[in-house]
Design a protein around this ligand. Structure first.
Ligand SMILES: [Zn+2]
Length: 65
């Protein structure tokens, strides 16, 4: 019984972890060049950030609005 509960908990943790990773991978950044810098906009969640041209942001800024 304890093994079964532990298995379910491990499964749920794995599921949540996978969902988080999949969320991050779904981010699709589009580059808008502005001189020396670029504005990156995520077409998946609508997040926007400034960054280096040619360098895709690794994080999703969805939580920040
Ligand atoms: Zn995003």
């Amino acid at each position: 019984m304890i093994f079964a509960v532990g298995l379910v908990i491990a499964f749920v943790i794995l599921l949540v972890f996978n969902m988080k990773n999949r969320d991050r991978r779904q981010c699709r950044w589009r580059e808008y060049r502005q001189g020396d810098t670029s504005q990156w906009r995520c077409i998946h969640c609508g997040a926007a950030t400034e960054g280096t041209p040619g360098e895709v942001p690794k994080l999703c800024f969805r939580d920040r609005g």
